[in-house]
Design a protein around this ligand. Structure first.
Ligand SMILES: C[S@@+](CC[C@H](N)C(=O)[O-])C[C@H]1O[C@@H](n2cnc3c(N)ncnc32)[C@H](O)[C@@H]1O
Length: 201
């Protein structure tokens, strides 16, 4: 099964999609609304597009997802003329010369095969003053393990993980500075938020 079919079949749809009161959504909403000037946001692996609901009117929002089902659901539920939705694989989609102020991966980078290439592409897609925001679950009490890869995720085996220090190393290798690492503790889980900025060339 290829990745697109996998995510279509996984039906990340109505019932298990993130809701407005989800801690990730609330956290992102506060953070994104702290920007005084208008920003452009690319939501990578946007699922049903719920993050679009946190964005003020003066900001641009684009959601991309490999699953056509997710994108048609997003367009159906959250249609607004100012939103742009892309159905495609982030790694291979041609954004032409576009650059964004903010790239957000909410529980999605660990679903992608080639994390190093994803970070390399993200560096190129971000403006020099831009921000990369990664949300993921952390599964051990000291927050050492985080990103799951799809070859271990769901359809091939159950769980494996990459150490937080490895993801930080990869970010540095791809010309990012780590600005902050926060852990949001909820009743059910711990959520890690990493914010990184491109190192200017
Ligand atoms: C766990 S879901 C998270 C969805 C949403 N961001 C959220 O926080 O609820 C991961 C999403 O990443 C998408 N995805 C996986 N690989 C992708 C790729 N290569 N390009 C774009 N989207 C991808 C999946 O279709 C899925 O919607």
């Amino acid at each position: 099964m290829d990745n697109e079919a996998f995510w279509d079949n996984r039906a990340y749809l109505r019932n298990n999609a993130r809701k407005l009161n989800d801690p990730v959504i609330l956290d992102f909403k506060i953070w994104i609304n702290s920007f005084k000037k208008p920003v452009s946001i690319l939501d990578v692996g946007c699922g049903n597009g719920i993050l679009s609901q946190t964005i003020c009117k003066h900001n641009d929002y684009t959601g991309i997802d490999i699953s056509k089902k997710n994108i048609s659901l997003a367009t159906e539920i959250f249609y607004e003329e100012r939103f742009k939705w892309i159905s495609g694989d982030y790694l291979y989609y041609d954004f032409k010369m576009l650059k964004y102020d903010i790239l957000v991966f909410s529980y999605s980078i660990f679903c992608m095969d080639k994390i190093a290439s994803v970070l390399g592409k993200s560096r190129l897609l971000l403006k020099n003053e831009g921000h990369l925001v990664l949300y993921t679950a952390v599964d051990d009490p000291e927050f050492r393990r985080t990103f799951y890869f799809p070859q271990f995720y769901g359809y091939k085996a159950l769980f494996s993980a990459i150490c937080t220090t490895d993801i930080i190393g990869l970010l540095k290798e791809h010309q990012f500075n780590i600005t902050s690492i926060n852990v949001l503790k909820t009743k059910k889980t711990h959520i890690m938020r990493i914010i990184a900025n491109p190192i200017s060339r």
